[in-house]
Design a protein around this ligand. Sequence first.
Ligand SMILES: Cc1cc2nc3c(=O)[nH]c(=O)nc-3n(C[C@H](O)[C@H](O)[C@H](O)COP(=O)(O)OP(=O)(O)OC[C@H]3O[C@@H](n4cnc5c(N)ncnc54)[C@H](O)[C@@H]3O)c2cc1C
Ligand code: SF4
Length: 509
Amino acid sequence: MTVLRLILGDQLSHQIASLRDIHIDTDIVLMAEVGAEVTYVKHHKRKIAFLFAAMRHFADELRRAGTTVIYRHLDDPDNGGSLESEVKQAIAARQISKLVVTMPGEYRLMEIMKSWQSTLGIVVELREDDRFLCSLDKFATWADGRRQLRMDFFYRDMRRDYNILMDGSEPIGGKWNFDSDNRESPKAGMVIPPPLQFAPDDMTSDVLGLVAARCADHFGDLDDFGFAVTRQQALAVLDHFIDQRLPDFGRYQDAMLLDEPWLYHSHIGFYLNAGLLLPAEVIAAAETAYHSGRAPLNSVEGFIRQILGWREFVRGIYWLKMPGYADLNFFEAERDLPEFFWTGNTKMLCMAQAVDATRKYAYAHHIQRLMVLGNFALLAGVAPSQVNAWFLIVYADAYEWVELPNVSGMVLFADGGYLASKPYAAGGAYINRMSNYCRECHYKVSQKNGAAACPFNYLYWDFLIRNRPKLQDNARLGMMYRSLDRMDVEKIAAIRHDADQFLAALPEA
Ligand SMILES: Cc1cc2nc3c(=O)[nH]c(=O)nc-3n(C[C@H](O)[C@H](O)[C@H](O)COP(=O)(O)OP(=O)(O)OC[C@H]3O[C@@H](n4cnc5c(N)ncnc54)[C@H](O)[C@@H]3O)c2cc1C
Ligand code: SF4
């Protein structure tokens, strides 16, 4: 009895549920680079190269351990172009009794897989992805009866359940959250450790050639590719982060610096989401660093919160609320995504820096995504479907289960406050406080109105004015609406005028 075990590009974990009970004498693993998954949105070249290179290395590891692997390259003449056609071909060529697959990270693909049992005519076992620390049932139970979900409460329960950074029933240090010690502005002359990069081996070089040829019209650069493509390399990146960056992760978590795309972030999202690292081991490594005195509590707690809290929380929301979540548009925003999201061709230096890093590395850190790119899309009223498509395409760590709640929920408030208690909207002063961009920018951050003024300044107030009926009862925005009420009519007219002019002439911004 031969079981076919399908492994997707983001399931590169030897512990994945679908490999757990494998009989290597009889069972077969199927992995496929398929055009349908690469081009249903035209992913960043670097993201495709990373995933194919990591998939090929993973298949190689399986083979070396004695497993039979069918691996379909993108340019194989018989490549059927979709996962379904690859599964069909594998079944037709062999006596397969059952297909085992771990649930995918995307609702669209999950629906396709659910239909396989009837369309393929064999038993299909769809297993839960238990690399995550909160099962979908557990999340649904936690969310049941709550009108709005708040990450902070979810995170506390997860800390208690997994006994992480706990002192009995109390959080270590007496607080659940140490963000008041974080959020420092960047310092001039900071020496930031460079990220750990790996020169491509022959297998990765082949993939880079393939992607350059087949995806020439996709966004992004392939130059100086240095991502980890094996578990061993990803573990080295994690060690490097714990050693060199984690101690300062908390302090500079929200900082942005000119021409410094990596800062003190961990750069492990690509590896976690593809399966080369597991969340539990990453959290354990950070917690150990705290207990052994190698990193302070504010950094370790802040870092663990991102993984045990935010990462699990957004995934829970995705599966709880799909498919409707993808269509939400609380503000009825309809503007097209400005072209400079692709070209970086804008006089707003903060935006140009974020797009430039994104194009080069398929990476921008959280504050660039949230408070620069996302903030701009929110204030300008860009249609959520277009913002989501962009974020899904351009980042090497982007999969719909994590991208969609971050964009629609956290950034665009498109769910009307189910995920976040208020929109993360901000004017230029925030960006100026957390970065050194503004002093080099064409626009003047200190100026509130007029052609030279920082666009974030008037767009921020214009956003609050435009959306007043939907936001004025939000208690967390009360102070801002009281400030607005104190503005004189001329000031408000100037804000509306500048915003209208700017948005009408976006290509020149
Ligand atoms: C608009 C927007 C879009 C985003 N899209 C994605 C995405 O497609 N894929 C993705 O993995 N993350 C996404 N994030 C979350 C976060 O920005 C990235 O996880 C992070 O920047 C990855 O870089 P890093 O590994 O250096 O993370 P660090 O800053 O070092 O954080 C450590 C880890 O915590 C986790 N994490 C941190 N914040 C979040 C969050 N809000 N949601 C989920 N996990 C989080 C990630 O696994 C990350 O690797 C998005 C955030 C925003 C605001
Ligand atoms: S002045 Fe405004 S547009 Fe320019 S970098 Fe600062 S926040 Fe961005």
